[in-house]
Write a new protein. Structure first.
Length: 136
């Protein structure tokens, strides 16, 4: 991922986090819309990256809609063959299903993340997967 795209995603996510901390729903919604627009603009282009989709899903309150967005992130990660991104998305999906108390789906997705463990480069991600799986 090119630095300008990463910086733009990070800036938008920081704006959403700050709006949430300040309980400023309008600012949060505007930042969320900005991230949606970025994702839509980049979709299917060389700038398309799973990080933008995963971030959008992470900040989407509607759980079903978030899962649909995670699937877009996963499709992108698979197309680009980004193992760490796939594992991170599987973990996020498992966490969402856990919120819904859908135990079978939770286990399905945490196991998919765990199956990638040998190829994951990010040590922190490995720990998150291991800890979440152990907590189930």
């Amino acid at each position: 991922m090119k630095a300008p795209l990463y910086d733009e995603i990070l800036t938008i996510c920081q704006a959403m986090a700050q709006a949430s901390a300040a309980e400023d729903e309008k600012a949060g919604e505007l930042a969320h819309q900005s991230l949606q627009k970025l994702c839509q603009t980049n979709q299917g282009t060389p700038k398309d990256h799973p990080l933008q989709w995963e971030a959008l899903a992470d900040f989407t309150h509607d759980g079903d809609q978030a899962l649909d967005i995670y699937q877009l992130a996963l499709n992108c990660a698979e197309r680009l063959n980004l193992v760490d991104a796939k594992a991170s998305i599987f973990l996020a999906m498992a966490q969402r299903y856990h919120e819904f108390e859908e135990n079978d789906k939770t286990l399905e997705f945490i196991n998919k993340a765990n199956d990638l463990m040998a190829d994951i480069k990010n040590a922190e991600l490995k720990t998150e997967i291991t800890d979440f799986k152990a907590a189930l």
